[in-house]
Design a protein around this ligand. Structure first.
Ligand code: SF4
Length: 237
């Protein structure tokens, strides 16, 4: 994470709270954090700063407040507030749409998470393919085919190899080529659909979850706004 915080503030007892937060990292990580912090603050070691920031980003057991404290403590400042978030991208960071463009409702090229399996199957079976494959006997090029982008997301090396060879030598038809993609998407979405169905049948539980989340968000927002006011000198006696 970049140190691009909107503001930095020294909360009362900041050092003690930061030291307590360091301990929550566990012995190994807290030692590493302290080593990086020293290296950065005493020698200006940017690599050490980045290592410690990565360590904080990966630390699952920290509360948001403690994480912000440790980001600030690392750089010798106060608690960083309103830290600018950065994207956490997976290998396949962009999910293509059914036509190869960005997946978007306005392009009408989406697969919805709770869509009926039969509808999904039909959508993929009717996806456009390499225009060069007019007939089954025409060789194609996966690079010119939107289905290939789905293979890149859903298929392993052996399936990709099979699709590439089959496509370029006209050894398989496009429907054959699409079947592993259909199977993979249906397998991925089945548990999501099942979980969603449970909540559809239990709306009271959904309301309770929303109410709990709302309460937690209000507490966090309250703390953050208090920090913002302190940082801006807007605290009134
Ligand atoms: S065989 Fe597969 S990769 Fe080739 S054009 Fe058909 S769907 Fe696309």
């Amino acid at each position: 994470m970049k140190s691009a915080a909107v503001s930095i503030t020294r909360e009362p007892g900041f050092e003690d709270k930061a030291r307590a937060a360091v301990k929550k990292l566990g012995s190994k990580k807290s030692r590493l954090y302290e080593e990086c912090r020293t290296a950065y603050q005493e020698q200006g070691d940017d690599a050490a700063l980045e290592s410690a920031q990565a360590l904080l980003n990966d630390a699952q057991n920290l509360s948001m407040n403690d994480r912000e404290r440790l980001f600030g403590y690392l750089e010798g400042s106060g608690k960083m507030i309103l830290v600018e978030p950065e994207a956490l991208l997976t290998v396949a960071s962009k999910m293509p749409g059914l036509d190869g463009q960005k997946m978007s409702k306005s392009y009408n090229n989406t697969i919805a998470l709770r869509e009926d399996p039969e509808v999904i199957t039909k959508k993929i079976r009717t996806m456009p393919t390499d225009p060069a494959r007019v007939r089954r006997t025409d060789p194609g090029n996966p690079a010119n085919c939107p289905v290939w982008q789905f293979h890149l997301v859903y298929s392993d090396d052996s399936v990709r190899q099979w699709a590439t060879t089959g496509c370029t030598r006209a050894g398989i038809g496009c429907l054959e080529c699409k079947q592993p993609v259909i199977d993979a998407i249906l397998a991925e979405l089945a548990p999501i659909r099942e979980r969603a169905q449970y909540y559809e049948e239990n709306p009271d539980q959904v309301r309770n979850i929303l109410a709990d989340g709302c309460e937690k968000a209000q507490e966090l927002a309250h703390d953050t706004m208090r920090d913002v006011r302190e940082a801006m000198g807007l605290t009134f006696g």
